[in-house]
Structure formats: structure tokens, C-alpha cells
Write a protein that binds this ligand. Structure first.
Ligand code: DGJ
Length: 335
């Protein structure tokens, strides 16, 4: 009898998780298919083999403010990078820790005392490897580097290779954009977060070429996310205000290494000036659908970073190619 009850209980938990994710509900607590809270912050999506993989920062445990910090330096122990998979962008199965944090060696980049943020994974067709780039930092954010890890399988485990300052430049918030021709680019906030850089990666995606350009010069933008629409490139960013949200902005270019022209906030309506209390992390061009993009953002809770939420909203380009984002209490990708 007790066994039947336990099984029924598990079934209820599973159905509950399933029902809650029948739509995208921005800002709600999201669960994986096992009913556990989804822990993948500052994340990004890889689409591979008809499956979506979501990688993000594991933020778990006590949040504290780094003593002596003059800015919003709230943190948790670095938890490494999680990986979830889904066929429909609604029901996410936990695949485990794709890149674990290091518990003993306090000098290691991945030590729990360090910062591991904004992981992004792309697949390299030529080498058959999955490559993860991420922001690696010291607790005071002075280290300002980019880490790289590699795996034979999308779920990991990823093998950490090391960290660099691309072409000698400071590198904090970042994203990776893989273009249709297979070339990959690293967008990173540099020069004390004042200027964004975009740098082409080598063919194996494991290092930086010298093709490194300064863009959004002295505009103090971070949290970059990039997509291509109708032969133009769009870069979405936030301002720099720690964990406190601010207004997003976007920039457009005809080619990645060309001129990026800045525009205003793509968000409309109530709370647009705070990006609906969230900060960009990724823009997903939903494969196989035209003009179907998801603007993905984090609603950080600086006092309890583990309880930071996900704000995913439709990003729609109008006939003039202007992107727009409006709040939705809940929505489906088919809409
Ligand atoms: C803003 C960044 O976008 C986040 O990824 C994180 O580094 C916080 N700053 C830390 O305050």
C-alpha cells in the first residue's frame, strides 16, 4: 500500500511539473520534469539533433555580499554549469552538471569561491566537439577572463581547458554567436565594461583570432545576446547596474565586423524601462520558424540569487525590421 502511495505521489509531482510548464510563464518558478526548481541562470540554448539544450549557472545556497564591496557584489558559491534538454522549450529534463565547480583547489578558475557566469555552448561540425565559453572571474571581478571547456556530448561532462583575456583584453559578460556559415564570434564586455568587443573564434572555436573589434565604444553595455534577422545582425544588451535591472537597448549591423548602429529599448509597455525587472541573457531564433525569436532574460534576486527567475518573451520584428518585445503573463511558441 505504501508503495502505491509513493508511486502516486511521484506521479502527482511529475504531473504538477508538467502542467506548470504547459505555457511559458515569465517570472514564475519553473520546474524540470522531475518537479525540481530549474537552476540555469545567465543561460543559453544549443539546438542539436532536434533537441534544445539549456546551459546555465547553478546558483545554489546562501547569498552574501562580498565584504568591503562598494557595489552590488552579492554572490553564492559558484555551482558550475547545469544542462537541461527539451523537445518543445517547455518541458525540461535535467541532464546533470555539465561542468562542475572545483571544491578543493582554491587557485582553480572553477573553484567555488570564483565566478562562473553566462555559459554558452556551440557545436563544431568540423571537430565534432561541443564547446562552452563562459565568464570566469575572481570574487572581486578583477580577473575578468573568458573560460573554455569542451565535450564529446552535449550533456557533458565538459573538460575545462583554461581561461584567457582575449587578445589581452578584459572580458566579463559575454555571449557566443554562431553564424550560418559556421563561423563563431565572442561578444564580450571589456575595458572595465565600458566597451563591447566582438572577436572571431578560430575554426575549432577553442581560441580567439586577431579579428577583434571594439563596438558600442564607451557605452557601458553588458549582458549581450545576438541574432540574425533578414540578413542583418541584432545585438541586445543591458546597461551596467550590478544585479539591479535597467533598460535594454539594441544595435544593428549589416555584418558582424561592420558598423553597429545603436537604437533604443526594444521593450514596450509597463516595466519596459527595467526590461520587466530582468536582464538579457540570450536570444533564440527558433529553428524552422520565420520571425520566431525568444528574448531570454534573468530576473535576478540579489538577496537570494538561487530564487532568480526566468523571463522569456516573444521577440517580434516588424516589417521595417524593428524588434519589439511586450510583456505576456503566459504564452506559447505557436502564437
Ligand atoms: C551584471 C552581470 O550581467 C551579471 O552577469 C553579473 O556579473 C552581475 N553583474 C554581478 O553583479
Amino acid at each position: 500500500m505504501q508503495r502505491i502511495f509513493s508511486m502516486l505521489w511521484l506521479l502527482i509531482i511529475y504531473m504538477n511539473g508538467y502542467a506548470q510548464q504547459a505555457q511559458i510563464v515569465p517570472g514564475a518558478v519553473w520546474h524540470d520534469t522531475a518537479g525540481n526548481g530549474l537552476n540555469a541562470h545567465g543561460g543559453g540554448i544549443l539546438y542539436y539533433n532536434n533537441t534544445y539544450y539549456w546551459y546555465g549557472e547553478i546558483k545554489q545556497g546562501v547569498t552574501w555580499r562580498v565584504p568591503g564591496s562598494t557595489w552590488e557584489n552579492y554572490r553564492v558559491n559558484a555551482g558550475g554549469v547545469s544542462c537541461y534538454s527539451s523537445k518543445d522549450l517547455l518541458h525540461w529534463t535535467y541532464n546533470g552538471v555539465a561542468l562542475p565547480a572545483e571544491k578543493t583547489d582554491s587557485t582553480a578558475d572553477l573553484h567555488i569561491s570564483k565566478v562562473i557566469e553566462r555559459p554558452k555552448v556551440i557545436y563544431n561540425k568540423k571537430t565534432g566537439k561541443f564547446v562552452m565559453w563562459m565568464h570566469i572571474d575572481s570574487p572581486d571581478y578583477r580577473y575578468a577572463r573568458s573560460g573554455v571547456a569542451v565535450s564529446d556530448r552535449p550533456e557533458g561532462p565538459f573538460r575545462y581547458i583554461g581561461s584567457v583575456r582575449p587578445n589581452g583584453n578584459m572580458a566579463r559578460d559575454m555571449t557566443i554567436f554562431q553564424d550560418d556559415d559556421g563561423r563563431a564570434y565572442h561578444f564580450y564586455s571589456s575595458e572595465e565594461n565600458e566597451t563591447m568587443h566582438v572577436c572571431e573564434l578560430t575554426d575549432d572555436y577553442l581560441s580567439h583570432t586577431r579579428n577583434d573589434h571594439r563596438i558600442l565604444i564607451k557605452r557601458s553595455r553588458e549582458a549581450p545576446a545576438v541574432c540574425r534577422y533578414n540578413n542583418r545582425l541584432y545585438l541586445f544588451t543591458s546597461g551596467c547596474s550590478g544585479w539591479t535591472p535597467n533598460a535594454a537597448a539594441y544595435a544593428v549591423a549589416d555584418s558582424i565586423m561592420g558598423q553597429w548602429t545603436e537604437h533604443g529599448n526594444p521593450c514596450k509597455g509597463a516595466d519596459a524601462d527595467s526590461t520587466y525587472h530582468a536582464q538579457t541573457t540570450y536570444v533564440l531564433a527558433v529553428p524552422g520558424r520565420k520571425n520566431c525569436y525568444i528574448f531570454m532574460a534573468d530576473r535576478w534576486n540579489k538577496n537570494n540569487l538561487e530564487d532568480s527567475r526566468y523571463v522569456w518573451l516573444p521577440l517580434i520584428f516588424n516589417t521595417a525590421g524593428i524588434p519589439g518585445i511586450t510583456w505576456k503573463d503566459q504564452w506559447k511558441i505557436t502564437e
